[in-house]
Design a protein around this ligand. Structure first.
Ligand SMILES: [Zn+2]
Length: 382
C-alpha cells in the first residue's frame, strides 16, 4: 500500500507573501525575474541527473490561475481560507456512503455545470501554451479539475492531479461517462430544478462574465464546478445509476451479488448498494489515482526546475511534489497572490545548500502583463 495522499485542505492562515528578488515588485522587474528563471542554465546543484538534458521547467498550477476564467479560488491574497463559513466541501466517504450527501452534491453540481461549460481558459493558459511552443516547458501538473489546460494547449502534456469534471465515474465498475450526458439525465429526472436552472441561465446569473450578479445571488462558481445554494431543497434531487451496473449488477468485494435498483424513470434508489456515479475528480479524503501520482513524480524528475502558479500548496499532494523538487535541488519559482505553505522550508531557514535568504518586502500586487493575473512572487535565485 502506498501512503495515502489525502486532499484535505490546509485551512490555517499562511504567511504573507514576500517578494524575492525585491526587484520583482515592479512590473518590469517581475518580467525580468520570470525571464531569468526560464532562461537560466541548468542548475549545477541538481543532484543525480544529467543536468544538460534537464533544462526545461515543469509547471504546477492551482485554482488561482482559473480565477480570471470566472472560477473562485480557495484563498484570498492574505493567504487565509476565504470560504464563507457555511461552505464545506463534500468528503469522499460521505459521498459514497450517504444518499442524502449525493443528492446535495449533484444538485449543486447541476446548477454549476452550465457556467463551467461556458467558462474558457484565460491569458495565463495561453501564455503557458506559448512558452510550451518555445520549448521552455516540459509538462504541466495541475490541481485544477476544469480541463482548461488540455483545452488551451493540447500539444503540451498536462497531468490532472485531482482528476477532471468532464466525466463521471462509477464507483463499482469504474466505467466513465461524459458529464454532459449525465447533466441531461439530471435535467430529465429533476424537472423543477431544471426550470430553476433555466431561469438562472436566462437571467444570466450563472454567466462567468457577470460575477457581480453571481455574488449578489450567492451563486458563485466554485473551483470544483459547483455552486453554493443556501436553503435549497436538496432532498428532492434525484440522480441516475451507472447504466452498465444497472444492466449487469456487479459482484461486491465479498463476492455477493450487488443490487442496483431504479425508479421507473431511472432514478437511483436507496435500496441499491452499487452503481453509484461520482465526478471523476479526487474528492477530499480520497486517494489520488496511483498511476497519476507516479506520472506526476516522473514529470518532476524529468525537469530541471519547477514553477508553481496560482497555488498556496495547501493540499498535501501538491506540497509533496514541491518537496520532492526541493530535495532534488531543483530551482523553484512561485507566483501566487499570497504566501504558500512551508515558505520557510523552501526559501528560508531549513533550506539546504546556498539558497539566499528571502528579502522582506511590502507586499502589493504586481501585474506582469496587461491581462495577466495579479501576482505576488517569491523567487529563488538561479
Ligand atoms: Zn458501474
Amino acid at each position: 500500500m502506498t501512503t495515502p495522499a489525502i486532499r484535505i485542505p490546509f485551512t490555517g492562515p499562511l504567511p504573507p507573501a514576500i517578494i524575492v528578488p525585491p526587484s520583482a515588485s515592479s512590473v518590469s522587474g517581475a518580467i525580468d525575474a520570470v525571464c531569468a528563471f526560464f532562461a537560466a542554465s541548468p542548475s549545477l546543484n541538481l543532484r543525480g541527473v544529467d543536468v544538460g538534458a534537464h533544462s526545461q521547467t515543469v509547471l504546477l498550477t492551482g485554482a488561482g490561475i482559473s480565477v480570471a476564467s470566472g472560477l473562485s479560488d480557495y484563498r484570498g491574497d492574505q493567504g487565509t481560507y476565504r470560504r464563507n463559513k457555511s461552505y464545506r466541501p463534500i468528503y469522499f466517504h460521505e459521498f459514497v456512503s450517504r444518499h442524502e450527501s449525493r443528492k446535495r452534491y449533484w444538485a449543486r453540481s447541476f446548477v454549476g455545470w452550465p457556467g463551467l461549460v461556458k467558462a474558457r481558459p484565460n491569458s495565463t493558459h495561453e501564455a503557458i501554451r506559448d512558452l510550451g511552443k518555445k520549448g521552455y516547458i516540459s509538462s504541466v501538473i495541475t490541481q485544477n479539475v476544469d480541463s482548461f489546460h488540455s483545452f488551451a494547449h493540447p500539444e503540451l502534456s498536462t497531468l490532472e492531479l485531482h482528476g477532471y469534471l468532464r466525466s463521471v465515474v462509477c464507483t463499482s465498475c469504474h466505467n466513465q461517462f461524459p458529464r454532459q450526458g449525465f447533466q441531461d439525465s439530471l435535467e430529465r429526472l429533476n424537472p423543477a430544478w431544471a426550470e430553476f436552472l433555466a431561469r438562472m441561465v436566462e437571467q444570466g446569473a450563472l454567466d462567468t462574465d457577470n460575477q457581480e450578479e453571481q455574488r449578489r445571488k450567492g451563486l458563485k462558481l466554485n473551483p470544483d464546478g459547483d455552486v453554493d445554494l443556501a436553503e435549497a431543497p436538496y432532498s428532492t434531487f434525484r440522480y441516475p445509476s451507472c447504466p452498465t451496473c444497472l444492466e449487469r449488477p456487479p459482484r461486491l468485494k465479498d463476492g455477493t451479488q450487488s443490487r442496483v435498483e431504479v425508479e421507473s424513470d431511472g432514478a437511483w434508489m436507496d435500496t441499491s448498494n452499487a452503481g453509484i456515479l461520482k465526478p471523476a475528480v479526487t474528492m477530499f479524503g480520497e486517494n489520488i489515482d496511483p498511476a497519476v501520482k507516479i506520472a506526476a513524480e516522473e514529470a518532476i524528475d524529468d525537469a530541471g526546475r519547477l514553477l508553481v502558479l496560482g497555488s498556496s500548496l495547501a493540499t498535501f499532494s501538491a506540497w509533496r511534489l514541491v518537496e520532492r523538487a526541493h530535495k532534488r535541488g531543483m530551482p523553484i519559482g512561485i507566483i501566487n497572490v499570497g504566501g504558500v505553505r512551508n515558505e520557510a522550508v523552501l526559501f528560508g531557514q531549513g533550506s539546504q545548500g546556498s539558497d539566499p535568504e528571502p528579502t522582506s518586502h511590502p507586499t502589493r500586487s504586481v501585474h506582469p502583463a496587461d491581462r495577466g493575473i495579479p501576482v505576488r512572487g517569491k523567487w529563488e535565485r538561479v
